[in-house]
Design a protein around this ligand. Structure first.
Ligand SMILES: Nc1ncnc2c1ncn2[C@@H]1O[C@H](COP(=O)(O)OP(=O)(O)O)[C@@H](O)[C@H]1O
Ligand SMILES: CC(=O)N[C@@H](CCC(=O)OP(=O)(O)O)C(=O)O
Length: 263
């Protein structure tokens, strides 16, 4: 059994830790390593508002200026600390990576909004091999140490790919990916082709665009099963993290072995 990567959406604002702790403990008991990557969009927005900084989103990505970057890092460090403390209280052995030390970032000409150039897997593997759960903030640094704001869904899919993860689970504040948001028409098992068509048709609003791209990236690079589920739904979190043969109508799944995904 390979690694399970769980991405904790900032939209959940601390409401998923109990469900996550329980699923993580189950996984560790069975000898399955877990890696957590978290977001923090709402906390970043609040900090920037308080500082009087307004930044646009382009395709779901925050266009981050030099002036904004210290606020982004501070907000993410705060999220990281809260998650680490909460999981530790639940008895989960954790190790914090809150300073951009795992994601290698690259400048893509959008000021401090960067993309993933690589992942420092050795540090993650070392934490895993000592039986602990890495909790990773998504921003990254380039070779010179400059920090870049990176979407947490993108960071999670690159980390899952770099670790050769067996499963990647996105926890968010909706039950999964809606085919039609207004009609709350939920995708259960889906395919890359279907997600790409829906992307082209504009079915996804702000936060869902980077998430769907991250789902596609992961499954096209060897992650065999990717889920998007509601982090507040304990059963859905368990089902996604542990795998299931009893499919409940909660959560979107894209599974290579079910759909015969081709790269
Ligand atoms: N088609 C869609 N299906 C599901 N959610 C969607 C869709 N389009 C837009 N969304 C929005 O995406 C949000 C989740 O993305 P985001 O806010 O980035 O969450 P997170 O912080 O959990 O990554 C949902 O709260 C929902 O409002
Ligand atoms: C470049 C970019 O958009 N970075 C994100 C990083 C946090 C994030 O992705 O948090 P969620 O998972 O809560 O959305 C941002 O500034 O909001």
């Amino acid at each position: 059994m390979g690694v399970i990567v769980i991405k904790l959406g900032g939209s959940l604002e601390g409401s998923a830790e109990t469900a996550v702790a329980s699923a993580v403990q189950d996984a560790l008991r069975r000898g399955w390593p877990v890696v957590l990557v978290h977001g923090g969009g709402p906390r970043i927005s609040k900090r920037l508002r308080d500082a009087g900084i307004e930044l646009p989103f382009v395709q779901g990505l925050r266009h981050t200026t030099e002036e904004a970057m210290p606020h982004v890092m501070a907000a993410l460090a705060e999220c990281n600390r809260d998650i680490v403390e909460s999981l530790a209280r639940h008895g989960v052995p954790v190790v914090a990576f809150a300073d951009g030390e795992i994601v290698v970032a690259k400048d893509v000409g959008r000021q401090r909004t960067g993309e993933v150039a690589g992942v420092r897997v050795d540090a993650v593997r070392q934490a895993i091999s000592s039986g602990r759960v890495p909790v990773i903030a998504p921003f990254g640094r380039d070779a010179a140490g400059w920090a870049y704001n990176i979407n947490a869904d993108h960071a999670a899919s690159h980390i899952a790919r770099a670790l050769g993860a067996a499963r990647l689970v996105f926890l968010t504040d909706v039950p999964g990916i809606y085919r039609d948001f207004k009609a709350r028409d939920l995708l259960l098992d889906t395919t890359p082709e279907e997600l790409e068509r829906l992307l082209r048709e504009g079915a996804f609003g702000a936060g869902m665009v980077p998430k769907v791209n991250a789902v596609l990236h992961a499954v096209r690079h060897g992650v065999r099963e990717v889920w998007v589920v509601d982090g507040r739904d304990q059963e859905a979190v368990r089902m996604a993290a542990m795998g299931t043969n009893e499919r409940r109508a909660a959560g979107t799944r894209l599974a290579a072995h079910i759909e015969g995904v081709t790269a």
